[in-house]
Write a protein that binds this ligand. Structure first.
Ligand SMILES: Nc1nc2c(ncn2[C@@H]2O[C@H](COP(=O)(O)OP(=O)(O)O)[C@@H](O)[C@H]2O)c(=O)[nH]1
Ligand SMILES: [Mg+2]
Length: 441
């Protein structure tokens, strides 16, 4: 299952609960275990994590002012970050890199992504094709090198990979030298000898093992096997865009003590990130940064009181107030998921500041009647034209705004059907100090 989605639903569930006590915490941990295990996180790691969470959530002193719910979220966040390993900072200087790993793990793709990464940092790069197993592999790398416009070197037909490396070193003047090696379908003595040979010639500063994230916890076994035989300085976990088992792969690799250096998130040259476990977990949970978010929630409570007016229905005015309030707390998706609202339309979440300003202009060009009853606008081309003129935007943009509004309205109507929902949300918002304003019903 998709780990991120599972976790976000779980967080949603816990934020919707009117009250959190010890038994809720235990239930939460059970759910969390199920989600992690179905994402191929090793059972042993899951149990360790659960134990830590339970102990810390129930016995550790809460930070001042945090509710049990917030304290639990903070503990879960901390423990997930620890589970996913440390973060990495890459060398941005002259150095040599060896990439190794099994067939199809993504070595050649990673070689070119890495080359592109350094190139963007202003370093010159030489890619060396030392995969002597498959002639096609060298052509593949040559193509990749020309796409990103970096130097490429190989000796066609040469069967000794370390000779290719020797020659490459003799003639190179680039800042970063990246050697792509041959894989095997499994780790064996032959591969080990070949890699040792390359390693002796190259004397790499970084030896990155490339493993595929879609194999889940098996990635940990690979990391262990390779690092017992060769000095590995870091692991690149590719195919993290597969989502299913990526979390399992990362946690298993981290558990072996190997450092995760980069992750690959797609086939393109930019689908590549320096590994940062906090960022990874923040994304999984759908929150921008947990400490900041909690801090801001509190701050808003003190510094800003929203208009107290209760609305009978979800109107444009209410919609706009919520958007502005939420915007103050950081990226909207995080805020919405903290509020227990998953499945908020993408385009609503990724609204930029400029868009918000344009929406503001649109709303300002509406009459009070229109703000209370968006149907009036939807049905009338002349109203749309008038508003678009007044706001200085295209009429398409007014329509876009309306369509987003109606999507949100639909969502709130669904929530309103859940009779307990408003109460729960109010209670929760009360705890966080946010005012419900337009969520009325
Ligand atoms: N979706 C996805 N595909 C990847 C990623 N990295 C590599 N691949 C694909 O995996 C396949 C094998 O990659 P390749 O670099 O040739 O593996 P190698 O045999 O280890 O050199 C290719 O089809 C790549 O496009 C990634 O991060 N995400
Ligand atoms: Mg290859």
């Amino acid at each position: 299952m998709d780990l991120g989605k599972g976790l976000r639903q779980l967080i949603s569930k816990i934020t919707k609960k009117p009250y959190i006590d010890e038994s809720e915490v235990k239930l939460f941990i059970k759910d969390l275990q199920r989600i992690l295990i179905s994402s191929d996180v090793e059972v042993k790691l899951v149990f360790q994590l659960s134990k830590n969470i339970e102990k810390r959530a129930l016995t550790e002193e809460k930070k001042q002012g945090l509710t049990l719910r917030e304290h639990l979220l903070k503990v879960v966040y901390d423990e997930l970050v620890a589970l996913m390993g440390e973060s990495y900072s890459p060398r941005i200087d002259k150095h040599k890199v060896l990439l190794l790993g099994l067939f199809g793990s993504g070595k050649s793709t990673t070689a070119s992504k890495l080359a592109y990464f350094y190139k963007k940092k202003g370093l010159s790069v030489l890619l060396v094709g030392a995969d002597v197993e498959r002639p096609a592999a060298q052509e593949q790398l040559e193509q990749l090198a020309s796409q990103i416009e970096v130097e490429y070197f190989t000796i066609k037909g040469e069967k000794d990979a370390s000779k290719i490396v020797d020659e490459a070193l003799k003639n190179s003047k680039e800042n970063v030298i990246i050697v792509d090696s041959a894989g095997r379908s499994a780790f064996d003595g032959e591969l080990k000898d070949e890699l040792k040979g390359i390693s002796d010639s190259l004397k790499p500063d970084e030896s990155f093992l490339v493993v595929s994230g879609d194999i889940g916890q098996v990635a940990g076994k690979q990391a262990k096997e390779f690092s017992e035989a060769l000095p590995i300085t870091g692991v690149v976990v590719t195919k993290m865009d597969g989502r299913g088992k990526g979390g399992g792969a990362l946690s298993a690799v981290a558990a072996t003590g190997s450092k995760i250096a980069f992750i690959g998130t797609g086939e393109k040259k930019d689908d590549f990130e320096i590994y940062n476990s906090s960022k990874f977990v923040e994304r999984l949970l759908g929150i921008p940064d947990i400490e900041g978010l909690m801090e801001k929630m509190k701050h808003i409570a003190e510094s800003e009181k929203l208009e107290q007016k209760q609305f009978e229905k979800f109107t444009i005015k209410a919609f706009y107030q919520q958007m502005k309030a939420a915007k103050k707390m950081g990226p909207l998706d995080g805020v919405f998921s903290m509020m227990g609202l998953s499945d908020v339309p993408e385009e609503v979440l990724h609204q930029g500041e400029t868009k918000l300003k344009r929406f503001e202009a649109i709303i300002n060009s509406m009459t009070e009647d229109e703000r209370e009853n968006a149907e009036l606008v939807k049905k009338s081309k002349s109203r749309i034209d008038r508003i678009s003129k007044g706001a200085g935007v295209a009429s398409e943009e007014v329509r876009e705004f309306l369509s987003q509004f109606f999507k949100m309205e639909g969502m709130f109507k669904r929530f309103k059907k859940d009779r307990g929902f408003r109460k729960k949300l109010e209670k929760m918002m009360g705890q966080t100090g946010m005012n419900l304003g337009g969520f009325g019903g």
